[in-house]
Design a protein around this ligand. Structure first.
Ligand SMILES: C[S@@+](CC[C@H](N)C(=O)[O-])C[C@H]1O[C@@H](n2cnc3c(N)ncnc32)[C@H](O)[C@@H]1O
Length: 203
């Protein structure tokens, strides 16, 4: 009963949402694309000829954005779900936390990369503290991976939720990167605890 009410409210919200309408008009698979666009407008991280790893990529709007707007960018993505093909993208269907997949991603370019983006989030349980904690663990895992695989001037962008692990994640970021910012893009829903951590320039 509670779940039905939640789904109904979600559908109403989606119908009214200007970003949902805009994404449909522009042929993007998700309104999430505008979060990456707004992050990039502020921090100017994505360039032409960029090697990118997209973690938690489905349905694929972040990869679409990079593939469309940045010439000669090459992307490898992973998600628990499959995604429809995108130009210059190779996709792995699987769990990022599985070491076997991490190894395959590392081997794909065979060298360090410029940008690692993670929009990974677990299915919401309805308990915001639990959701923040589990998604925080994915963020930490992705950050450790980024520290290993990024070029010295590379950048890491990840979703994280305000919650008990927030300060720990920011501290971890500051340990490995010279520049760490927290940004909530205007298109991120106001009632969500979602934020993004933007880490640049490895120490
Ligand atoms: C908010 S969606 C990503 C939207 C995407 N950035 C886009 O623009 O289309 C979060 C994704 O994280 C994925 N995810 C969650 N846990 C994961 C894991 N352990 N490994 C890989 N993907 C995961 C989910 O399957 C889901 O598709």
């Amino acid at each position: 009963m509670k779940k039905n009410k939640f789904s109904k409210n979600w559908i109403i919200k989606q119908k009214r949402d200007i970003y949902v309408k805009k994404s449909k008009l522009e042929g993007y698979r998700s309104r999430a694309v505008y979060k990456l666009e707004e992050i990039n407008n502020k921090f100017n991280l994505i360039k032409n000829n960029t090697l990118v790893i997209d973690l938690g990529a489905a349905p694929g709007s972040w990869s679409q954005f990079i593939s469309r707007n940045f010439n000669n960018s090459k992307i490898i993505s992973i998600d628990l779900k499959d995604i429809e093909p995108i130009k210059n993208l190779v996709h792995i269907k699987g769990d990022f936390t599985d070491e076997k997949h991490k190894k395959n991603i590392k081997n794909y370019f065979g060298k360090k990369v410029d940008l690692i983006i993670s929009d990974m989030a677990v299915n919401t349980t309805g308990n915001k503290s639990v959701d923040a904690l589990v998604t925080g663990e994915l963020c930490i895992d992705a950050m450790n991976f980024a520290v290993e695989l990024l070029n010295k001037n590379g950048s890491f962008i990840s979703k994280l939720f305000m919650g008990s692990s927030f300060n720990e994640i920011v501290a971890l970021g500051k340990k490995s990167f010279l520049d760490v910012d927290i940004f909530k893009p205007p298109s991120s829903r106001k009632d969500s605890k979602e934020n993004f951590i933007i880490c640049r320039n490895l120490r």
